[in-house]
Design a protein around this ligand. Structure first.
Ligand SMILES: Cc1ncc(COP(=O)(O)O)c(C=O)c1O
Length: 476
């Protein structure tokens, strides 16, 4: 049997790919990792005399958190070693009691749903606006947010994603005002927004400066930090810090990696010292190239175009392309880039491909991506092959039939997707990435949803919760 499978697998990947537009934000480059990248074992410590304690910090870990809080302008910031998933779950459990109701964006990350199982919470959904012409979820409407909160005073907390996976941003300042007018707590899932703080004149307003109460960020996604490194910011007096700290202690390991924690602080420091300017330069290249490609007729997301479609703001570090009008799915376009151009994106859905541009990319890397997309477009526009335009539909509206926690412990059985229509899902069904549940435990599987799942599978999208490409778990 082959040994060192992981190491050889990683070598194989690195041989196949020249540049990547996926996380972690350091992009496999050692330079922004500084000292940490040179001597891993030196920095890999444990909690002992003189090395502080993540759960009760009083020494250099506390100083690191104070430094991070100053940079981001929060009231208090926490190092999180188990990703934003942990920051989100801790925050939700800290602000609610079992049986409470929270308002969440339907296309939120699965960690929000997991928190509702762990905390025995009831979920009320706010659906994102869907742009059918472009097959895009355009984030939430603040007017709708106001309406929902006015009609349901039982809601305790609101959880919104900002920016979305596709870089789309709602008016976060207005959302915070609305949530506070109704006396609720606002948690912003800013997993994709650690970098917003470092280029404020060219990027959307950071959630932590918007009036939001809590902001959870994946430092590892958009800054040069090792995978899993995250930060949780508490930004207002409305949050009970003791509850947040108690939940973080419950959910985080008692052996936090010092390499990871050092890498979080180092990434933020690197951004302050060197990354800011580099990010600015990359955004300028990005803006120039997106305009050029849009003028050629290529569907690449760009600020002015999106504003024309009613979007409040756009994160110009998201490279989002589609060639669906040429009959090319996002998954196919991603494959062409990978196997013909040695470029790997972050993810693909039926219609779009998405890539992250960070401060660690070189402008030449961005040019290479845009040149490749332009070349593919020109070639594919000339093809004689008859293809249908790919059109994505909005996520189907779903009906909650039973509480998630109750269903989670109920007996279940596995059946064919076609036979599952009219039955209650026992597990999450999640196209991955981006990890947004199509169906949650307790929701009714209807014909539209079953069809939607089948279209995803047919087009090579990985759907978690579907076994053998046709089986799902339903409540017995
Ligand atoms: C919107 C969103 N929120 C939260 C998360 C979870 O972040 P992490 O992977 O750092 O746990 C993700 C991960 O992809 C995400 O896309």
């Amino acid at each position: 049997m082959k040994k060192q499978n992981i190491i050889s697998g990683i070598h194989q990947y690195r041989r196949e790919v020249d540049i990547n537009f996926h996380m972690p934000g350091h992009k496999g480059k050692n330079e922004p990792l500084g000292e940490i990248g040179k001597n891993l074992s030196f920095y890999d410590l444990t909690e002992t005399i003189g090395t502080d304690d993540l759960h009760y910090p009083t020494g250099f870990l506390k100083d690191a958190m104070t430094y991070i809080s100053k940079v981001y302008g929060s009231k208090k910031s926490y190092l999180v070693v188990n990703g934003t998933s942990c920051g989100i779950i801790s925050s939700i459990l800290a602000c609610t009691k079992p049986g409470d109701k929270i308002l969440v964006q339907r296309d939120c990350h699965k960690s929000v749903y997991n928190a509702s199982i762990l905390g025995d919470l009831e979920l009320q959904y706010i659906y994102p606006e869907f742009n059918k012409k472009h097959g895009l979820n355009l984030s939430i409407s603040t007017d709708k947010l106001d309406q929902v909160l006015s009609s349901d005073p039982d809601i305790k907390m609101v959880v919104l994603t900002y920016p979305t996976f596709y870089g789309i941003c709602f008016d976060v300042k207005k959302a915070a005002e609305i949530v506070h007018k109704h006396g609720k707590i606002l948690l912003i899932d800013e997993a994709h927004g650690s970098h917003l703080q470092f280029c404020k004149d060219l990027l959307p307003l950071p959630g932590e400066n918007s009036g939001a109460d809590i902001v959870a960020q994946s430092t590892h996604k958009t800054l040069p930090c090792l995978t899993q490194g995250s930060v949780l910011h508490v930004c207002t007096e409305r949050v009970n810090l003791n509850r947040i700290e108690t939940m973080l202690r419950m959910l985080q390991t008692t052996s936090p990696s010092y390499v990871l924690m050092a890498s979080i602080e180092n990434a933020i420091h690197w951004m302050e010292e060197w990354g800011k300017e580099r990010l600015k330069k990359n955004i300028e290249v990005f803006n120039e190239r997106t305009l050029e490609l849009r003028n050629m007729g290529i569907n690449v997301l760009e600020q002015n175009f999106l504003k024309g479609e009613g979007v409040f703001d756009f994160d110009a570090t998201r490279a989002v392309f589609s060639m669906s009008e040429l009959g090319i799915t996002g998954t196919r376009l991603q494959e062409i880039l990978r196997y013909e151009y040695r470029i790997q994106m972050e993810f693909a859905d039926l219609q779009y491909i998405v890539g992250y541009i960070t401060a660690t990319d070189e402008p030449e890397d961005i040019h290479r991506l845009f040149d490749a997309v332009r070349e593919i477009y020109i070639k594919e526009s000339k093809t004689k092959e008859k293809r249908d335009t790919i059109q994505i539909e909005p996520f189907p509206f779903v009906k909650q039939e039973a509480k998630m926690k109750q269903v989670f412990y109920a007996e279940n059985t596995i059946i064919d997707i076609d036979e599952s229509i009219g039955k209650i899902a026992a597990e999450f069904i999640i196209p991955y990435p981006p990890g947004i549940p199509l169906i949650c435990p307790g929701e009714l599987i209807d014909k539209n949803t079953a069809e939607y799942i089948k279209i995803m599978l047919k087009n090579g999208i990985n759907v978690n919760g579907v076994y053998n490409n046709n089986l799902v778990r339903v409540v017995k």
